[in-house]
Design a protein around this ligand. Structure first.
Ligand SMILES: O=P(O)(O)OC[C@H]1O[C@@H](O)[C@H](O)[C@@H](O)[C@@H]1O
Length: 297
């Protein structure tokens, strides 16, 4: 069966290869596992809550309508960090394509987390489309402003946790030369390094990264992931490292920071302003590249 629905989740299996699958929790419409030929591609904390009691620590949480904690906007500033989409149970809208298996989830104020909706009383309709290819995963979002009179102001971000073997042997390419905002130093500068490497806590927002630049994650000399984006100009790169992971109750094992890197395509530097009745679309596409070259013996 390529699509299986339970009360908590939807599981897609690729018709040509049953070892390729994706698990999507209805809570947050969170992809929490993506396996390619039995190999898990996403990092998920062993202490992640999958019961709807809090956002999932791992996989692909969805960030909407605000990235981080806002302090300036009258309504957005009332919401918790990263908004309300990851803390709301989405409606499963069904399957839209058999091959590649494709499903949709929807969220609107009537079904979103009621406590958070009171804090941000806006009209919107979100449609998330998840498409499982034999060698890729595509997650696409459409945001519609369903109000007849008010602008809709929001951020969007796919908070993608990639699973890697060793953070200290990991490089992220194609972000060089980009302007970034360092959330730890609270300053902006241009990244002059040819590739991004990791040896400490990292929390930066690369701005205006052209969609032509496919971001690549190279782990121990092997290119393991390619990330393509549409309409998502910013890319957050985050690794909590030792101390910050220790402070997060749902981050386990505590050495897990060595096996994860968040590369998060989004529209977060500026807000998107959508006129009444208008729609906005974006997607991320994750693919795995096979070993392209071997270490010289
Ligand atoms: O703990 P949360 O709310 O899931 O956020 C995790 C991280 O998410 C990243 O996107 C932010 O840049 C970090 O600042 C933040 O710490």
């Amino acid at each position: 069966m390529p699509i299986k629905e339970t009360d908590k989740e939807v599981v897609l299996t690729h018709p040509a290869d049953e070892t390729t699958s994706v698990h999507i929790l209805k809570y947050g419409a969170t992809v929490y596992s993506w396996k390619l030929k039995s190999e898990e591609q996403l990092w998920l904390s062993t202490a992640a809550k999958l019961d709807g009691s809090k956002p999932v620590r791992g996989g692909i949480p969805l960030v909407f309508p605000v990235f981080g904690k806002n302090s300036t906007d009258e309504h957005l500033s009332k919401l918790p960090q990263h908004g309300l989409a990851r803390n709301s149970t989405w409606e499963f809208l069904g399957q839209t394509k058999e091959n590649p298996p494709t499903v949709q989830f929807g969220l609107k104020p009537e079904i979103a987390n009621p406590e958070l909706t009171k804090l941000w009383p806006m009209d919107y309709l979100l449609i998330l489309t998840v498409e499982l290819g034999s060698d890729y995963l595509k997650t696409a979002i459409e945001v519609e402003n369903t109000s007849s009179s008010k602008e809709l102001k929001f951020n969007w971000l796919f908070h993608t946790y990639f699973r890697i073997e060793d953070i200290e042997g990991t490089m992220v390419s194609n972000l060089a030369g980009m302007k970034l905002y360092d959330q730890l130093l609270k300053e902006s500068y241009v990244d002059k390094h040819p590739v991004v490497t990791f040896n400490q806590e990292t929390d930066v927002i690369y701005q205006n990264v052209s969609a032509e630049r496919a971001i690549q994650i190279v782990d121990k000399g092997v290119q393991i992931h390619t990330l393509k984006r549409y309409n998502l100009p910013d890319t957050v790169v985050w690794n909590p490292w030792i101390e910050k992971s220790q402070g997060m109750a749902d981050f386990e094992p505590k050495t897990g920071y060595q096996q994860m890197i968040c590369i998060e395509p989004g529209h977060v530097h500026d807000f998107i302003s959508l006129a009444p009745g208008k729609k906005w679309n974006a997607y991320q596409l994750l693919c795995k590249e096979e070993l392209k070259y071997q270490a010289i013996q």
